[in-house]
Ligand binder design. Structure first.
Ligand SMILES: N[C@@H](CCC(=O)N[C@@H](CS)C(=O)NCC(=O)O)C(=O)O
Length: 212
């Protein structure tokens, strides 16, 4: 088993890589780091990633971090089943969606997560939370318009694995703040697409352990 996968539960970026590994059935050793215990700041991990972030993989003596780069590497390592399917234009569309997820969806998500999950309830700012939720719903409206088929780019692709975990963590905010109103505001096509990702045979295995 050449690949070792460094993972942190609840990290949408690490989740993306796990879904890609499972989709391609690439054998790997899973190393779960604990953020609470500071595993990602320990010297042995900093030697692999000075940015102290998961995900990270090693493949023999090759070390790679950054989830989008890892997924592309896995695709080159094992092209079938594809995560960048089709011809050049279809693959470019997948890459565009991954960039959009990492740039725009992530920015909207970070505001909501920051104002709900990473803020103590007694310090919640209702105006800030509503604005963050509305901005995310607005962003999701763009994704709803962009959906090409059963999955974001048409066939299942790296775009689905980039976006799904971000939305799952956003919806997690509603567990902590049940009146958030995000689930109810999800565009219908996005809700249907999420259900299709959740129906993938390996999906349940990747659900964050502490969310169960
Ligand atoms: N751009 C990176 C983001 C990775 C990232 O932000 N990971 C977070 C967890 S979601 C992390 O490890 N944070 C720990 C830290 O910064 O100390 C990627 O796509 O892999």
């Amino acid at each position: 088993m050449a690949i070792t996968f460094y993972y942190g539960a609840g990290s949408p970026f690490a989740w993306r890589v796990w879904l890609a590994l499972e989709h391609k059935a690439i054998p790997h050793e899973l190393k779960v780091l604990s953020f609470a215990d500071g595993d990602n700041r320990k010297p042995e991990f900093l030697a692999l990633n000075p940015r102290h972030k998961v995900p990270l993989i090693t493949d023999g003596d090759f070390v790679l971090y950054e989830s989008a780069a890892i997924v592309e590497y896995l695709e080159e390592l094992q092209p079938v089943p594809a995560l960048f399917p089709g011809e050049a234009r279809s693959r470019a569309l997948v890459r565009r969606m991954v960039c959009e997820a990492d740039q725009y969806l992530e920015a909207a998500n970070a505001k909501l997560i920051g104002s709900v999950l990473f803020t103590k309830p007694e310090e919640w700012d209702a105006g800030k939370i509503t604005a963050a939720r509305d901005a995310l719903v607005g962003e999701l409206g763009l994704w709803e318009t962009a959906i090409r088929g059963d999955y974001l780019a048409g066939p299942l692709s790296a775009a689905d694995f980039a976006v799904y975990p971000m939305l799952a963590i956003a919806l997690r905010c509603e567990k902590k703040k049940p009146d958030l109103g995000l689930k109810a505001a999800l565009p219908a096509k996005i809700a249907g697409w999420m259900a299709r990702v959740e129906a993938l045979p390996y999906f349940a295995k990747t659900w964050p352990a502490h969310w169960k």
